[in-house]
Each structure stands twice: as C-alpha cells, then as structure tokens.
Design a protein around this ligand. Structure first.
Ligand code: GUN
Ligand code: ZN
Length: 475
C-alpha cells in the first residue's frame, strides 16, 4: 500500500494515522479494486470556474493552498481544503501527498501536428517555404503504418511529460496516421481529437487526396473512432489554399451530416498565405469567409492562428461559436506575426492555446503561455497569469465544447490533472521561495517553467507520467 516515488508519497489511509482523522466507512471491503476506487491528492489545488478576465475576478477560480482533490473511479468527486476533507475520507482511500506542489487540471493543446514531431526546429524559413521544403516531405513517411505508430507513441508520451492531457491533433493526409494517434491515445486512456488532413491541390502529388477520397476516408475514420472511449474526430481540411472548392464543399457536407464532430484547420497565419488565399478565392470577402461559405464555422470548429483576421471575421467567429487557437510559439518562430489576443477576446471569441508542433518548438503549454505573454506585451497589453492558466485549461475546454467533461475540478469531471513543481529548477526554487501570492507563483511557472516543472500527469486519476519515477506507459 505504500510506495515512495520521488517526493510524492502514496499511501493507504488505512495505514495512516492523522491527528484529526476519524474513520468513515468500513474496513470490510477488501478487494484490491475497491481499495483503489477512491483516491485523494493533497497539494495546492487550483481550478477555474469562470474566465478570471484581465484582473483576476474573484469567484472565477477556486484555490486551496493546502487542498485535497478527491477522485472516484477516474472522476472528480470533490475538491476543498485538506483539513476539512481528510477526516471525511473513507478508510480505503489512497492518499497521494503532493504538498508544496500545485495541482491543476491537465493542459489542453488545441492545435498540434503529431506528424511534425521530427521536423521541429527547421532553420530559416517562413510558412510557405517551410511547408514545401520541410513539412510535406516529412509527412510523406506517414503512409507507413510502422512509422506512424512509432511517432505516435513518442508524441503522446511527450504530451504527458509536458502535462498535456487533451490535444486537438492534425494527422497527415493518410488514414494510417489517424489510426496511429488514436491507437496511442486509447492505450493511455487519454482524450484526443484528431483528423486526417484533407488536401487535394497545391501540394506534392504524393500527398494529394481527392474531394471524393477525402470525404470517404474521413467518414470511415469518423465511423471507426468518433465517440470510441475518449476519442473524437475532427474534419480537417489542411488550409483553404490546399483544398479545391469541391473538397471544401465535401468537408462542409460531412460537418452537416455529423454535427457533433469537430472541424479543425488553419486561417490567416501569415501574410503571403493570406494573399494566396485571396487569389484562390477572389469571390470571398476574406480568408475566413471561405470556410464560412462552406459551412465550416460553428461550435466545435477550431481555427489556428487568425493573426490577420479583421473585425468582421472576429464577429463571425463569435456569432458561430467557433474557436480561435493562439499559437504564439510557432508564430514567433516562423515570423508569422503577433496576434492581438486582447482584441480577439474583447470581441467575444473563444480562445485556446496551441503548441503547433512542428512549426512550434515546444510541447510545453507553459512555454506557450510565456510566448503569449511576450506577444501580448508587444501588442501593448499584459496577459495575466490567471487568465493564461484559465485559457490553457477551462478556457480551452470551453472553446472545444468539452467543459462538461474536462478543464476544471467540478464534481463529475474526468480527473485529468497535472502536478506542477514550483521548485523544479534552482532558479524556480529561488524565485518562488519569496513569491507568496498565487498569481506571482503562476507567473513564475509560466515564465521560468517547462517540462521540468511537470512532476506528474494523471489521466482519469491514473498516473500517466512521473518525472521522478515511471516513464509514461500504455495501460
Ligand atoms: N498551414 C497549413 N499547413 C500548416 C502546417 O502544417 N503548419 C502551420 N503552422 N501552418 C499551416
Ligand atoms: Zn498548424
């Protein structure tokens, strides 16, 4: 019943004597399964109930410096002060002591290409050259099932190592790539949304599908994967320039036929790309309007980048409930531009963050928050740490219409969470030792933190990454 991994201890309350602990329940239930049904995690617990806004609106979040998160059968049963809740625990509860660390809902990466894992850090290009010279050749290899599986395994392990428990993932044009990523996610019990890229023009022949084949392949993948455990499908036209009007019409038809499936694509990322989209679709008011025309704007539709959208575009995103995914790490690396996050949120658009691996250079949402802060500074405003962590958890869950399942510790939510170590590096330890306020600590985590600050990651209450012990393994 007792194991010690790193500096978190796991022990059964049946063996624990606490000064104010009174047994509730019974010692009679003794099967191993029953013993592990209820788990409790002690640490500083933070989750959001609402958007804290720019000034950390009180009541928008719940924080217990010495808190307890109680999980039953992989779902949140309760959260509160440790001293209040510990006495009420059943005697068979497994208690994990993460005192001094921060327990937060798992991060959500709302835009990431798993098929670009091996091209991160390609020197010296902007978007359109990068696609031609680096990305398309690398994606070609995903026709091979063994390659796709090997990369998918590495990729999901890397998500978990970085505290990401849910991701919206773009595959390659090949069905095999989507089978591979869902298979890897399923093995770990993760929540993933993924789709095959639809692309039938303006790309190498070896990556082209057709309007008909992309419709049929996407439909087959929806039937195979959508709603299977925690897997959900995203209809994924890569971006308007690489789809014919026929293919976009097929994507729109598929979306109409499957209202609970996601739509996922890129929009208005880089000026050359925007000009190209205009040339290809001169009859449309804007790049976003191309997608709108084909019925692709709606709730459960996520548009990556959106740096160059205008006010009318933002109003359409808001009106339709579609989400914008801010990918500042990629945007800086590629020189694509500085999204005005404040303008987008003030327009009422739902926003989430994406790493956008492999145009992005880190799997860490902490690093993405850091870059989002800097980009906001360059835009003349500040991204508050509370807002940043909200957007990486509950805000993203809302943007993806998943807040009924993940993103917070409200009762009944799936217990995906991360344990962050505020003393992960000598510098973090030194700086956080004098930081008393929550906002200050969060800001230091997003300024100085990365994968090293992720002590543990739990997926539905199950330890799925342990920095100081187990590596991530399939169930
Ligand atoms: N636009 C179309 N394809 C891509 C891609 O793979 N990465 C990024 N960042 N933008 C794109
Ligand atoms: Zn992308």
């Amino acid at each position: 019943d007792y194991e010690n991994r790193g500096n978190c201890t796991h022990l059964s309350l049946a063996r624990l004597s606490l000064s104010n602990w009174q047994p509730v329940g019974t010692f009679a239930m003794n099967s191993k399964a029953e013993l592990s049904r209820q788990q409790a995690f002690r640490g500083s617990v933070l989750h959001f109930l609402e958007d804290p806004g720019e000034h950390g609106r009180s009541g928008a979040f719940e924080y217990h410096e010495d808190g307890l998160l109680i999980v039953v059968d992989g779902h949140v049963a309760n959260v509160g002060s440790a001293l209040e809740l510990l006495p009420k625990l059943s005697t068979t509860t497994t208690l994990t002591d993460c005192s001094g660390k921060l327990i937060l809902p798992g991060f959500i990466d709302a835009h990431v290409h798993f098929v670009q894992t091996d091209i991160i850090g390609a020197y010296g290009r902007r978007l359109l050259e990068w696609l031609e010279e680096c990305t398309y050749p690398a994606e070609r290899a995903f026709a091979d099932e063994a390659h796709a599986r090997e990369v998918a395994e590495f990729f999901v392990a890397e998500l978990l190592r970085n505290g990401t428990t849910t991701a919206l993932v773009i595959g390659s044009v090949h069905r095999t790539s989507v089978d591979a990523i869902f298979t890897a996610g399923l093995a770990r019990g993760m929540r993933l949304i993924a789709g095959k890229a639809m692309m039938d023009r303006n790309c190498p022949d070896y990556l082209k599908d057709t309007a008909a084949s992309s419709y049929a392949d996407s439909l087959a993948l929806i039937e195979r994967w959508h709603g299977r455990e925690r897997m959900q499908y995203a209809i994924t036209p890569r971006f308007a320039p690489s789809s014919t009007p026929e293919q976009l019409a097929g994507a729109g038809r598929l979306a109409r036929e499957h209202p609970d499936v996601y739509v996922h694509t890129h929009v208005a990322e880089n000026e050359e790309e925007v000009a190209w989209a205009r040339r290809l679709f001169p009859e449309r008011r804007s790049y976003l309007d191309v997608y709108d025309h084909y019925g692709l704007l709606r709730k459960r539709a996520a548009f990556a980048h959106g740096i160059w959208l205008d006010d009318a575009d933002l109003a359409r995103l808001k009106a339709t409930g579609a989400a914008l995914v801010h990918c500042p790490t990629c945007n800086l690396f590629m020189g694509s531009g500085l999204l005005d996050l404040k303008r987008a949120t003030a327009a009422g658009v739902q926003v989430a963050f994406g790493t956008d691996i492999g145009g992005g250079t880190s799997f860490s949402l902490l690093r993405v928050l850091h870059d989002a802060y800097k980009v906001a500074q360059l835009r003349g405003h500040s991204l508050s740490p509370l807002r940043a962590f909200y957007l990486a958890t509950l805000g993203a869950a809302r943007a993806l219409d998943l807040d009924g399942r993940i993103g917070s510790f409200r009762t009944g939510r799936e217990a995906d969470f991360v344990v962050l170590d505020m003393a992960a590096t000598p510098l973090l330890a030194r700086r956080t030792s004098t930081a008393r306020r929550l906002a200050e600590r969060l800001f230091l985590l997003m300024t100085l933190g990365d994968d090293r600050a992720v002590s543990k990651t739990y997926v539905m209450g199950r330890l799925s990454h342990d920095r100081d012990g187990l590596d991530s393994r399939p169930q």
